[in-house]
Design a protein around this ligand. Structure first.
Ligand code: LLP
Length: 412
């Protein structure tokens, strides 16, 4: 459920008319709905209300400071993967004891920053990283709380680029080596193992891979107990998918229920790291058609947003629904919706049925709230788009459009 809807054929974001927003703030333009963010967070978090749990929103999905603040006010913890994300989370007022830090390549400076802040725990992805965290903690005279990211070798049945929990992936420790890693962590003086973690992939549309991974982790938990290692947290990562097109991913309530059935008697605090399911359908991207052009085999809509603004179609062949901002009741035609960047992979949609569109019209690209702006770049020296948050009838500029000066600001 989201708060982008047509009223008399005109697209609204909550109480704001999207055409008015585009006129005032220009295009390409990201528009987020505050009510949708809040609603998604509450729906997800309350799906686990029967369990001792902490929902740590995955900052990488949409890391705009105002978005993080809004979620922190709802009680969200955060899942971070870099010093930069830590900086943002702290600036947004997230309590450090609600922050977990994942990622395969944490640098000593980043480890130090996280220890200084006093985060809840590091999700450690290798023995080398464990030793590094121990060293940094020792220099600082503190003990670092850690959990190991266990790679359960489960196929999440998603796009290979966003699948992370299989043997061939770089993430985590294989389950057999993990026991030795926990033994080492228990011996080292400046780390304390307090949890287990896994994240098997993103945009999962079925619960089964989650349950398969959970079962492996719970078996492993028994082995840990056998060794006398007592942990407190079970972090199940993120990954729940959203409907972009025809997919029918489980509703968070269904997801929560399925997991809770398996966790009812497990005396651990469960951590969840949802990103896309909170942010994805809470944002749209608005773009203007600059030109139309046809050749004998294709009709093109050349728009002012490009792969630097939203790279998902180019990178993962992802589908994003595209629609008119103002419906005019014309017959459908087939189009490639492409951007101005000098690459053939610069497209937002291919062979897409859309009502006859003319130059100067606005299009809305839906489900762009997650991994949209956060993956944007300045390729082709394109200033990054403006981000707005609509909250009822209030419109907040969450990030100003970049200028040409911004493009060269750091260059000599
Ligand atoms: N936790 C960890 C450790 C992760 O690596 C991720 C995502 C998440 C949580 C959140 O996953 P989510 O709930 O959003 O599925 N750029 C890609 C998605 C990459 C996901 C990377 N990790 C895309 O646009 O589809």
């Amino acid at each position: 459920m989201h708060h982008f809807e047509y009223r008399d054929g005109k697209l609204f974001a909550e109480e704001a008319n999207v055409t008015d927003l585009a006129e005032k703030f220009g295009t390409p333009l990201y528009v987020y709905s505050a009510a949708t963010f809040r609603r998604h967070f509450k729906a997800f978090d309350s799906a686990f209300s029967g369990l001792d749990h902490l929902t740590c929103y995955s900052v990488k999905a949409n890391s705009n400071l105002s978005v993080l603040k809004m979620l922190a006010e709802e009680g969200a913890g955060m899942d971070i993967v870099s010093g930069g994300e830590l900086y943002r989370a702290l600036k947004a007022g997230v309590a450090p004891e609600k922050i977990v830090y994942s990622g395969v390549g944490k640098r000593p400076s980043e480890i130090k920053e996280a220890l200084t802040a006093g985060i809840l725990m590091f999700n450690v992805e290798s023995v080398a990283e464990l030793r590094r965290i121990n060293e940094v903690a020792k220099e600082m005279g503190v003990v670092a709380r850690v959990s190991f990211r266990i790679n359960p070798d489960v196929d999440p049945q998603t796009h290979p680029y966003i699948s992370t929990g299989m043997k061939k992936n770089k993430f985590g420790l294989d389950i057999d080596s993990s026991l030795e890693a926990y033994k080492l962590a228990a011996e080292l003086e400046n780390v304390e193992p307090i949890g287990m973690d896994c994240h098997i992939g993103s945009q999962l549309t079925s619960i089964d891979p989650f349950l398969e991974a959970l079962e492996k982790l719970l078996n492993f938990y028994q082995k840990l107990k056998g060794l006398g290692i007592e942990i407190k947290y079970l972090d199940l990562g993120g990954g729940l998918g959203i409907p972009y097109d025809e997919e029918e991913p489980p509703h968070p309530t269904e997801f929560g229920k399925a997991l809770m059935d398996k966790l009812a008697d497990v005396p651990l605090t469960v951590i969840l790291e949802p990103g896309r399911v909170i942010a994805g359908n809470a944002g749209i991207m608005i773009t203007e058609v600059v030109y139309t052009k046809s050749n004998p085999s294709k009709n093109f809509l050349i728009v002012d947003a490009a792969m630097n603004d939203l790279i998902r179609p180019s990178l993962y062949s992802s589908y994003h629904r595209i629609d008119e901002v103002e419906q005019r009741g014309r017959d459908n035609q087939e189009y490639d919706v492409v951007g101005p960047i000098c690459e053939s992979t610069d497209f937002l949609a291919r062979d897409r049925e859309l009502p006859g569109i003319e130059e100067g019209e606005l299009l809305a690209v839906f489900s762009a709230g997650a991994y949209g702006f956060t993956m944007a770049s300045n390729y082709n020296s394109r200033p990054r788009a403006c981000e707005l948050i609509v909250d009822g009838d209030k419109v907040i500029v969450a990030r100003k459009r970049e200028s040409y000066e911004d493009l060269i600001e750091k260059e000599l």
